[in-house]
Design a protein around this ligand. Structure first.
Ligand SMILES: Cc1ncc(COP(=O)(O)O)c(C=O)c1O
Length: 457
């Protein structure tokens, strides 16, 4: 049982995990292979190497349980890692709950979120293989900021296609990326054919992650020594993020705890994978069969909860291979919610497979409830969460209140994936009563599902 006097548990630099956990080694069924619609065949290592460095492709396809983290990456992580595990004692008191609520604070990274865990790794491997330019997309701006910083550290030019609605909502995210030396374009942009085509049809298109990915990949194909980096969805990104859960496990152990419930928001699935996979490993191997992992989705974009499990592209234009995942359809355009990082049509193939195997659950929450939870959390614990992370807070609060109702004393762990210092205009709107709930349209999803690729492998 945890000691109330310990507000947070901080590890030393030498406690930073030396290996990432690759859940591919432990899946009840192996992942279905990615599909290359241009060749009509399974996507090969060579296909993937056209846009990613070889070391990353190896990780993407690896079935080894543990992958060593190079010294240089661990050294770069030391800027902010290990991140604190904090007990939300004030929130517990406010809720008057017997539950013990812990959160892993990934908002302490210089870019403000967990995204730096993979950005550093991806920039490092690219540098090792001679990449000169990395193009990427960003939704909320967190991934773009993380990659911009990582690229500067490893001497690589960085180009970011930022979803237009976030570009307008968060001008200072753009400034941060520019401070780190990146070139930032509002997507859809005039820089690429994909962007120009969309703008021709709809000059006011607010963009989506799917559109921005198309632009970034086109940028890579049309530039020399250029590679692409993705901040979520893919297996290697999920694996890099497991440093969160591996640290959290050590910290919970110091607190004398093992979580009953692990919670994270889900956009493409990277922070959920990061905090949950090391615990799901215990669920699979039977040492902690009852641990629950909950992925929280916005009602505007509930792919795990309302999507279909099918092959689909990662981007709007179908440049990427098709992956087997829960999806609302790559042509689905989610509403302009403030949690821009959760506006993605598909869930990572690994998370999808884990949900399919009933090793994790998903829940859907509404925007107004999310902001209410975020403000409650900020008033209790002092930390302003990113609207994405606030989805996890909402469910942590719900579970703590359920524990109170049931008179059960549970340990709840959630991932605070990032801070919300660049999201103050959204908070301003909430405080002025201007935030609306945005539910997905079933009709739009049905329309988008008609565009799923036909896969025959
Ligand atoms: C702070 C924060 N949390 C969560 C997410 C969602 O992404 P993922 O599901 O990959 O963790 C994002 C995406 O931009 C983000 O910025």
């Amino acid at each position: 049982m945890s000691n109330l006097n310990n507000k947070k548990i901080i590890l030393n630099e030498e406690d930073i995990p030396k290996r990432w956990y690759n859940i591919q080694a432990d899946l009840p069924r192996p992942l279905e292979p990615a599909y290359n619609s241009r060749t009509g065949k399974i996507a090969t290592k060579e296909d993937l190497c056209q846009i990613f460095p070889e070391a990353i492709v190896k990780q993407e396809l690896s079935k080894e349980r543990w992958i060593d983290i190079p010294e240089e990456i661990i050294y770069a992580y030391k800027i902010w890692r290990p991140s604190p595990l904090v007990r939300a004692t004030n929130l517990e008191k406010f809720l008057d709950t017997p539950a013990r609520i812990y959160f892993k604070n990934e908002g302490v990274s210089p870019s403000g979120s967990h995204k730096s865990n993979s950005a550093i790794a991806q920039a490092y491997y690219n540098m090792k293989e001679g990449t000169k330019r990395i193009a990427t997309e960003t939704g909320a701006g967190q991934w773009g900021s993380a990659l911009a910083m990582a690229c500067k550290m490893f001497g690589i030019e960085c180009v970011v296609y930022m979803v237009k609605v976030s570009f307008q909502q968060k001008p200072y995210r753009k400034s941060l990326m520019q401070v780190y030396g990146a070139n930032v374009y509002a997507s859809p942009s005039m820089q690429t054919q994909a962007g120009r085509k969309i703008l021709e049809k709809d000059p006011n298109c607010c963009g989506s992650l799917g559109v921005a990915i198309s632009e970034a990949i086109e940028d890579v194909i049309t530039h020399d020594k250029a590679k692409y980096a993705l901040g979520s969805v893919l297996n290697h990104v999920a694996m890099h993020q497991t440093i969160i859960g591996l640290e959290a496990k050590k910290q919970m152990e110091i607190a004398g705890e093992y979580p009953d419930i692990v919670i994270a928001c889900l956009g493409g699935g990277s922070n959920f994978s990061g905090i949950a996979f090391p615990f799901i490993m215990d669920k699979i191997n039977g040492t902690h069969k009852n641990v629950r992992a909950i992925a929280v989705e916005p009602s505007a974009c509930p792919k795990l909860s309302k999507g279909v499990y099918a092959y689909d592209y990662g981007d709007l234009s179908g440049f990427t291979p098709a992956f087997k995942m829960y999806t609302l359809g790559h042509t689905f355009m989610p509403s302009e919610i403030h949690a821009g990082g959760l506006r993605y049509h598909g869930a990572s193939p690994l998370v999808s497979s884990i949900v399919k195997e009933k090793l994790a659950e998903s829940v859907v929450v509404k925007q107004k409830d999310v902001f209410k939870a975020a403000v409650t959390f900020a008033r209790c614990e002092g930390i302003l969460p990113a609207p994405e992370s606030a989805h996890a807070i909402k469910v942590a609060i719900d579970e703590a209140l359920k524990a109170k109702e049931e008179g059960k004393s549970k340990a709840i762990l959630f991932n605070l994936s990032g801070h919300g210092h660049f999201d103050l205009s959204a908070y301003e709107q909430y405080l002025e009563g201007k935030i609306q709930d945005c539910n997905y349209s079933e009709e739009d999803v049905q329309k988008a599902l008609k565009d799923l690729p036909k896969v025959n492998i």
